[in-house]
Write a protein that binds this ligand. Structure first.
Ligand code: GRF
Length: 190
C-alpha cells in the first residue's frame, strides 16, 4: 500500500516537486494526499496544482516562527481529513508544537541543509561556510520538540568548493536534497 503523504512547505517547493515527480514516474511508492502551506501564494501550492494534488492554505495567525495554537489545530484536522500517514516538511518555516507532534508521533520528517547535528537552525549552509568546513550536506530526520534534533534517517555529503558563495553552496545542497528526500521516504514506505 502506498504511503499516504501530507507535504508542508512555505516557499519554493523544489523538494516537493522532486517527491511528486518520483511518485508520478513510479519510483516512489507513495501517494501525495495533500500539500499545505502557511502562505496562500506560495509556489509550492502552484506545484500541487500542476500535479493535480489537493492543496490547502492554513492561515498561521499572528506569530512569526510558530503557528498560533488554533491554526495548528486546523492544520492537524486538515491532514487528518486527508488521511495522511506521514507528514513531510519541505521548507516549512515554522516550528511545530504539541498539537502536531501529538497527532503524528514519529510521523513527521524534515529535510535540513547540513550534516546534523552540525549547524541546526536557519541558513545552515552559511553557517558551514563561515565555519570553514570542507564538506557539508543535508539530513532527513524525524521532527521532535527541539530544533532539527530528531532521529536522523539519512544524510548526503556535499563538498564545499574554495570559491563557493552562500548561493552556489545552497544550490549544490539542494540538488542533493532532491535525491535524498524521495529516497528516505521510499525506505519508510516499505
Ligand atoms: C531546503 O533547502 C531545506 O533544506 C530547507 O528548506 C529548503 C526548502 O526548499 N528545510 P524548497 O522549498 O523545497 O525548494
Amino acid at each position: 500500500m502506498a504511503l499516504r503523504l501530507g507535504i508542508l512547505g512555505s516557499g519554493k517547493g523544489s523538494n516537493c516537486r522532486a517527491i511528486l515527480e518520483r511518485i508520478r514516474d513510479g519510483s516512489l511508492d507513495a501517494e501525495a494526499r495533500i500539500v499545505v502551506s502557511d502562505f496562500g501564494d506560495a509556489p509550492i501550492l502552484e506545484i500541487a496544482r500542476e500535479f493535480g494534488v489537493p492543496h490547502a492554505h492554513v492561515a498561521p495567525g499572528n506569530f512569526r516562527t510558530i503557528l498560533e495554537p488554533a491554526a495548528e489545530q486546523e492544520l492537524v484536522r486538515t491532514l487528518q481529513r486527508a488521511d495522511v500517514e506521514l507528514v513531510v516538511l519541505a521548507g516549512f518555516m515554522r516550528v511545530l508544537k504539541a498539537p502536531m507532534l501529538q497527532a503524528f508521533p514519529q510521523r513527521i520528517i524534515n529535510i535540513h541543509p547540513s550534516l546534523l547535528p552540525k549547524f541546526p537552525g536557519l541558513a545552515a549552509w552559511k553557517q558551514a561556510l563561515a565555519a570553514g568546513e570542507k564538506v557539508t550536506g543535508c539530513t532527513v530526520h524525524y521532527v521532535d520538540a527541539g530544533i532539527d534534533s530528531g532521529m536522523i534517517l539519512g544524510q548526503r555529503e556535499v563538498p564545499i568548493m574554495p570559491n563557493d558563495t552562500p548561493e552556489t553552496l545552497h544550490a549544490r545542497i539542494q540538488i542533493a536534497e532532491r535525491e535524498l528526500y524521495p529516497e528516505v521516504i521510499g525506505c519508510l514506505a516499505v
